[in-house]
Design a protein around this ligand. Structure first.
Ligand SMILES: C[S@@+](CC[C@H](N)C(=O)[O-])C[C@H]1O[C@@H](n2cnc3c(N)ncnc32)[C@H](O)[C@@H]1O
Length: 788
């Protein structure tokens, strides 16, 4: 893209940089004229639409991987064989008009055999069923499935599979082997229960939506926004939604399903036209790729050879897979991207999403019988005019590339390039990052403090946030941002869930956080982040007033003995507004600073006191908001930085070597140094306390760990609020420390506090998202401590 940009004439670049949403038609047609003359532009389009065939299937590669898989299988390296067979399946052409169904069927059966050897019987059964669906007369597929069913004690199914396999087997020795296997199973036949459950139904999570009447209203300063016409109790689920389009994050491409974003199992499925995306199930494959690969083959010839029951069983085996696909319902979102270079690898996510949204609109219009192929702009807000000039140029170029590529796929597409530009800008400000919670392995609490790695594990990472994708939601994108949100957004697979974290009165704005929040960043940092990423100046309730968290989060402490005043850093130099200083003073009084305690003044009096004393000029960066004494900001900043890096270094040393007493006393000295320059409620002190607590927990000094964990929690409760999710994570850490200290009653109280807070954010999904909590409670139950 940089090359293309550099080849454009400067006056055109200037024109595009200054464009507004009103004159896009002009800038787009000028760009088109320029680009059509550039061979480099034609090359990009060629690569994306198939000319270079970068991700095309290859029978030769498939056969190579199959050979490698076979070698590993015969050497007994089944795990490696499994990987190679998957690679072969990835490259194998699955063109149903060709002769490759036998190859694909064989690959599924080979992979099923490796899965069988590893003991993954369900996965083995799934692969056999795939082979049977593609190539129903394949004896080995029925045979392998029979063996896996037998291993799972599903004797009735196993016998049926083996009997069908017997009819299809050509060799005498093969037939004898199958007969022997059937004989062995017959005595177990009567015990068979719960048959033919090999097609697991998609697990539907019961997410009970609160009886909420959501409305989209016009707000005075944020465009449209969402409200409810009735009061909403805390923890209520108010909205769930499937995305209009979604795309997987680059780092998850090889590990997660490209449709639902869950981790792929050991038997992934692949796109039938290209070698890039992988899917976790037939359902996801169908949703993404859309075509049906079921073949009838000459299976019906066998009807006369099979008993009525067996024939019914065999046809049901296949029809179950038919219906799994037919019930998909949604429109395929990847099909148009196959053929050349993989679009998501070459184009930015916003652009790929724009293509998917566009194709979906076209498909929907076709299905509803619409004749007009010119797609209207979607109903999302956009901030095109506020976008920096360089971004506008990029958006133009990508819009042109996307339009040309889609026209290659759909020559009748008439949508103008300017609509593509607007769509990309809409996606930029309306799409959401899809984040999944990944739970680490459960720590074995039964080992108690003797197993420090387990406790350390509990302390550090019970859950980790993984950004798995980016998606756009029609209704979800109508929720505005607040730095103090009352709605929490989370995702199960790719389904958006919105839940109120507090009681919200009817018609009060329902707002979630787009990223920055009070307690995480100060007012200025939040404003900057939102302007850079979403091109708007935040006007949320939390940004319209100065609050305690914003004052102390990055502040220094007053050097005067006994003064608890906050001293703002250099970043605040720009703020010279009187009203800001008055509220700053008011917050100092909320901090119960000594000078105001003595005078017993209320907030207004504090402000007047400061004004009367003509101290306003002295209150600002570098001066204590309580007693006005000044501080050398440069030396305090470097002292704070030094202490922080010392704490980091010492923590690493203590954890990598045998913990030396001197190192432990050094880390405590550094923490003390940090506390002597930074305000007691500043974020870095909370982080440092947490680091020191973790260090002590890892070396088994749990009493010290507890003290520092509590110190960290005390600060976080001030910066956020007592029921914030960040505080819940601290309660989890405290629970594991209390457990290690031999205080199960305290541990139970801690874990219940954590659960209570998490429930506000995740409701009934807490157990699914934080399995650790259930596990912890069960461990406590075993020793007689039960949650009431
Ligand atoms: C995802 S949309 C939200 C719905 C939007 N208000 C609408 O009318 O479609 C994001 C846009 O809403 C506006 N917005 C959202 N939260 C805001 C806030 N806290 N302050 C100011 N504008 C906000 C900005 O224009 C932003 O680009």
């Amino acid at each position: 893209m940089e090359t293309l940009k550099s080849l454009l004439p400067d006056d055109l670049k200037l024109l595009i940089g200054q464009s507004t949403s009103e004159n896009l038609d002009l800038t787009c047609s000028s760009l088109m004229k320029s680009c059509q003359l550039l061979p480099q532009f034609q090359r990009v389009i060629g690569q994306l639409t198939g000319g270079a065939a970068l991700c095309r299937k290859s029978k030769e590669s498939a056969l190579d991987w199959k050979k490698k898989g076979n070698e590993c299988f015969s050497e007994g390296d089944y795990a490696k064989a499994l990987t190679f067979y998957s690679k072969a399946l990835r490259y194998a052409p699955m063109d149903m008009d060709g002769m490759d169904d036998k190859l694909v069927g064989t690959l599924y059966v080979n992979r099923a055999s490796a899965l069988y050897k590893i003991g993954l019987f369900e996965e083995c059964i799934r692969d056999c069923a795939r082979a049977i669906t593609i190539y129903p007369v394949y004896s080995k597929a029925w045979y392998r499935r029979g063996k896996a069913n037998a291993s799972l004690q599903r004797h009735e199914s196993a016998i049926c599979d083996l009997q069908i396999s017997l009819f299809m087997e050509g060799s005498v020795s093969g037939k004898n082997q199958i007969k022997e296997d059937i004989q062995l199973l017959l005595p177990h036949r009567s015990k068979a229960t719960n048959e033919s459950d090999y097609t697991k139904k998609n697990e539907k999570l019961h997410a009970v939506l609160a009886d909420t009447k959501l409305h989209c209203v016009t707000t005075p300063d944020k465009g449209r926004g969402m409200v409810s016409s009735n009061d909403i109790p805390a923890a209520s689920l108010i909205h769930t939604e499937e995305p209009l389009a979604a795309i997987i994050t680059k780092s998850c491409r090889e590990t997660h399903c490209h449709f639902c974003f869950n981790e792929v199992p050991t038997d992934p499925l692949f796109c039938r036209s290209c070698t890039i995306p992988l899917y976790c199930s037939e359902h996801c494959l169908e949703q993404a790729v859309g075509c049906n690969f079921v073949r009838s083959n000459d299976f019906s010839n066998f009807q006369n050879n099979l008993s009525v029951e067996l024939w019914k069983y065999a046809t049901e085996s296949i029809s179950l897979y038919h219906s799994a696909r037919e019930n998909g319902g949604d429109l395929p979102e990847h099909t148009h991207e196959c053929g050349g270079a993989h679009w998501p690898a070459v184009l930015p996510p916003d652009v790929v999403l724009a293509g998917r949204v566009m194709m979906k609109s076209i498909e929907k219009r076709k299905l509803s019988g619409g004749l007009d192929k010119n797609i209207e702009t979607l109903d999302f807000s956009y901030s095109y005019n506020k976008i920096p000039p360089d971004h506008k140029l990029e958006m133009h170029l990508y819009a042109l590339v996307l339009a040309c590529c889609l026209r290659h796929y759909l020559p009748s597409l008439e949508t103008s390039i300017s609509k593509f530009v607007l769509l990309i800008s809409q996606i930029k400000v309306n799409s959401m990052a899809v984040v999944h919670m990944k739970s680490s392995d459960e720590p074995d609490l039964s080992k108690k403090s003797s197993d420090l790695s387990a406790i350390g594990n509990a302390f550090t990472s019970t859950v980790e946030q993984v950004r798995v994708g980016q998606a756009i939601y029609s209704r979800g994108s109508l929720f505005n941002h607040s730095c103090k949100p009352n709605v929490h957004a989370y995702f199960l697979s790719r389904t958006l869930h919105l839940r109120c974290t507090e009681h919200v009165q009817a018609w009060y704005p329902l707002e979630l956080s787009y990223g920055p929040q009070i307690g995480e960043l100060d007012h200025q940092e939040r404003q900057k982040m939102l302007e850079d990423q979403y091109f708007f100046k935040c006007r949320c309730i939390a940004c319209s007033e100065l609050n305690l968290s914003d004052l102390v989060i990055n502040s220094f402490r007053c050097s005067k003995p006994n003064c608890l005043g906050a001293i703002l850093g250099k970043a605040y130099e720009k703020l010279e507004d009187d009203s800001w200083l008055v509220s700053a003073a008011s917050y100092c009084s909320k901090l119960s600073l000594p000078v105001f305690q003595e005078h017993k003044m209320n907030i207004c009096e504090v402000a007047h006191f400061l004004l009367k004393k003509d101290t306003l000029q002295k209150i600002g960066p570098g001066n204590c908001l309580s007693c006005c004494s000044s501080l050398d900001l440069s030396s305090s900043t470097s002292a704070s930085n030094n202490s922080l890096s010392d704490i980091c270094r010492l923590k690493d040393l203590i954890l990598s070597f045998v913990a030396k007493d001197s190192l432990i006393s050094d880390i405590l000295i550094s923490l003390g140094d940090l506390r002597s320059v930074k305000h007691a409620y500043s974020k870095v002190v909370a982080q440092a306390e947490d680091d020191v607590a973790e260090t002590f927990a890892m070396i088994g000094q749990f009493a010290h760990a507890k003290k520092h964990c509590q110190a960290s929690m005390e600060i976080l409760e001030k910066l956020y609020h007592t029921k914030h999710i960040t505080v819940a994570h601290e309660w989890i850490k405290l629970a594991s420390i209390d457990f290690s200290l031999g205080n199960p009653a305290d541990a139970l109280r801690d874990i219940m506090r954590a659960e209570e807070i998490f429930s506000l954010y995740y409701g009934s999904h807490v157990a699914k998202i934080f399995p650790y909590i259930e596990h912890f409670k069960k461990e406590l139950e075993k020793i007689g401590f039960v949650a009431v």
